[in-house]
Write a protein that binds this ligand. Sequence first.
Ligand SMILES: NC(=O)c1ccc[n+]([C@@H]2O[C@H](COP(=O)([O-])OP(=O)(O)OC[C@H]3O[C@@H](n4cnc5c(N)ncnc54)[C@H](OP(=O)(O)O)[C@@H]3O)[C@@H](O)[C@H]2O)c1
Length: 326
Amino acid sequence: MRLLVLGGTHFLGRHVATAALAGGHEVAAFTRGVSGAPPEGVRSLRGDRDDPAALPAALDGWAPELVVDTSCQSRAAARNAAAVLGNVRGYAFVSSLNAYANWPPGPIGPEDREPTWTTDDDEYGPVKACAERELGAALGNRFLTARAGLIVGPHDRVHRLGWWLQRIARGGPVVVPDALDQPIAAVDARDLAGWLVGMAERGVPGAVNATGPAGMATLGGLLELCREVTGGDAEWVPVPEADLVAAGVEPWLHLPLWLPAGIARTAWDVDTTRARELGLPSRPLRESVADTWAWLRTVEELPPPPHGLPRPGLPAELEAALLAAR
Ligand SMILES: NC(=O)c1ccc[n+]([C@@H]2O[C@H](COP(=O)([O-])OP(=O)(O)OC[C@H]3O[C@@H](n4cnc5c(N)ncnc54)[C@H](OP(=O)(O)O)[C@@H]3O)[C@@H](O)[C@H]2O)c1
């Protein structure tokens, strides 16, 4: 079938395009052309989805039957897609757990029991929730929204797991939160991508908490995998939360994937029963970590994170101060 990826040049969208090609579809990717080309064999359509005229002009009569939408970051982007793509057979949309008004910290129960944002500000979560509503109204029971949690894997330029891999590979004393037993869940971008294509093909409707199973890993277990796959001699220097915060360390940003205890207790307690029933795979985390490391080693210059996100990681002066204080 003719499958349109909104996005498709890197990370999740790139894996979607690859999976769709492997599934025998005729695939096109719609992007601005700012961040490179889609995989070989994918037709590249150019335009800014915030511009209502751009998508119809780029399609130029090519009528998609299926859509996987990885690139929606504004209300206009959702509105414009809804106006043009409302007739497709299946539309799988990439949303976020942030669409829930109570996440973080959660916990998040079954999809239909949790409130999503209804405010009209331009924050990430409310925009994703609004996009779900706009597209859902246009597509009805041909619309699926995948509320993703943490996505990991090769081609990830957000670089949270990647930062840990590179820092741990350098070895020596490594500042880590002393809460290494805090839970974490993740979905591999390749698992999510293949599944999204399948959901669009089948025209499965509704909301799905699209993340790894609760209890699948701990932060410490993930860092240990990073140490194993990089083969370095890194030694953990555990620092209590109060000391990290007092030093100005920002959770999630400076020590990526680390959350304050009050949030971490419930943030990854997400009901993924529907995702599991619908066959969302969850490959071993070791494989995601090893493949991300293998990919990172091929990257000469890491592109900046998308959507103006800051580059994660512990600034050198903060690390030095924290190590000096131990
Ligand atoms: N990373 C996580 O852990 C996480 C967690 C939950 C949810 N999510 C969601 O998962 C998705 C990640 O998708 P991803 O990795 O494929 O995408 P991404 O990193 O968000 O990249 C966006 C893609 O869309 C294109 N694009 C960006 N702005 C555009 C515009 N105005 N018009 C047309 N195309 C545009 C980009 O190409 P050009 O730059 O060339 O236009 C690129 O191909 C996002 O929707 C994100 O919100 C991520």
